[in-house]
Ligand binder design. Structure first.
Ligand SMILES: Nc1nc2c(ncn2[C@@H]2O[C@H](COP(=O)(O)OP(=O)(O)O)[C@@H](O)[C@H]2O)c(=O)[nH]1
Ligand SMILES: [Mg+2]
Length: 335
């Protein structure tokens, strides 16, 4: 066996070890408090059985308490599906819920046996019954370890995924440091962190533009360069899904060229290729017009239509959102 292969196997072994530890922790988080409570609360075996059963069931109920997929919005659904898999979430919920009546039944049977042993003063039988119940419950919870972890991860995933509303949506895309978050702030007035280094935006920012006091336009600041899906981190993945669900993409060009014009055009081309079949418009914005010669840059980039003022871009987006809203309400009147 070559050296490389050996170390790869070692790495895989380590990974498996990590996974086992995570599983073990998930199982112990359910069993340990149950056994501890039974130990301190009572000396009676039948009572211990009921306590363990109650605690384990209430913990399993909490773990399997997951919002029904139908109530999630499309963005959350898609992020969850790519990250965890909706089928796997559903299966995990159902596996855990099904185990609850099984544990209740075991509790009943074992309590009955225990009380019989008490009546006949057969204390060693009592201990055996208790041991057997603990064993059965432990193995049920162990068999649910994967499902428990899936749901823990799914909850974490939802917690980290912003809610997008069903509104006309513009998604701001471009290389790091080109001025996406600055533009997002200018469009929405939302307070997002801006700093002079790449990858400042640690999550997808979502903000709104009001029209006559009502939210009309949703703006998403979506960091990430839409790499291959298996290479994306969580935020890039969210950005990618948000982009695909949006009505319009604002592509930000940076005349400062920390990324060369050629790179910026290439990324834009990649986006066009992906979103064109989805009927999503692209509008170009050239940032940093206060510091750089935007016209010269736009000429080199061969941009025919572009915006360099956030106000003008905002006006365009609002107008487009209004048009789309009117078109939708006109259609719904016709229906
Ligand atoms: N002079 C000037 N600097 C800008 C402008 N927009 C962004 N910047 C600067 O460029 C850097 C990156 O901006 P940011 O909005 O965080 O870029 P993001 O990574 O694409 O979100 C920051 O230092 C900003 O201050 C602009 O219109 N004019
Ligand atoms: Mg940013």
């Amino acid at each position: 066996m070559g050296k490389g292969l050996k170390s790869k196997h070692k790495h895989l072994g380590r990974l498996a070890g990590v996974k086992e530890r995570v599983k073990d922790k998930a199982v112990q988080e359910i069993l340990s408090p149950a056994f501890r409570k039974a130990r301190v609360k009572t000396r009676l075996a039948d009572k211990k059985i009921s306590i363990v059963s109650d605690v384990v069931i209430s913990k399993l109920e909490a773990v399997s308490n997951f919002p029904s997929i139908e109530t999630l919005n499309e963005f959350q659904k898609q992020v969850l599906d790519v990250k965890i898999g909706i089928a796997s979430v559903k299966k995990s919920v159902s596996m855990i819920r099904k185990s609850i009546p099984v544990i209740r039944k075991l509790q009943k049977i074992h309590v009955r046996k225990c009380l019989q042993a008490t009546r006949s003063k057969d204390f060693s039988k009592q201990r055996l019954v208790l041991k057997s119940f603990y064993g059965r419950v432990s193995s049920i919870v162990k068999s649910l370890a994967n499902a428990i972890i899936v749901l823990q991860e799914a909850k974490q995933c939802l917690k980290n995924t912003p809610k997008l509303k069903q509104l006309f949506t513009a998604c701001i895309i471009g290389f790091p440091n080109v001025g996406k978050t600055t533009l997002f702030y200018k469009l929405t007035g939302s307070k997002a962190k801006i700093a002079n280094y790449a990858f400042t935006t640690l999550s997808v920012n979502v903000g709104y533009v009001l029209f006559k006091g009502v939210e009309l336009l949703q703006v998403v600041d979506a960091p990430g360069t839409l790499n291959r899906i298996d290479k994306m981190n969580d935020i890039e993945l969210q950005a990618w899904i948000a982009a695909k669900l949006s009505n319009i993409i604002v592509y930000v060009f940076d005349p400062e060229e920390q990324f060369s014009l050629e790179q910026q055009l290439k990324l834009r081309q990649r986006i066009v290729k992906t979103v064109k079949p989805l009927n999503i418009k692209i509008v170009d914005y050239v940032s940093k017009s206060d510091k750089f010669n935007v016209q010269a840059f736009a000429r080199r980039a061969r941009l025919k239509h572009y915006y360099s003022s956030p106000e003008a871009l905002k006006h365009f987006l609002v107008t487009t959102a209004l048009k789309s809203k009117n078109a939708t309400s006109a259609t719904s009147v016709n229906v």
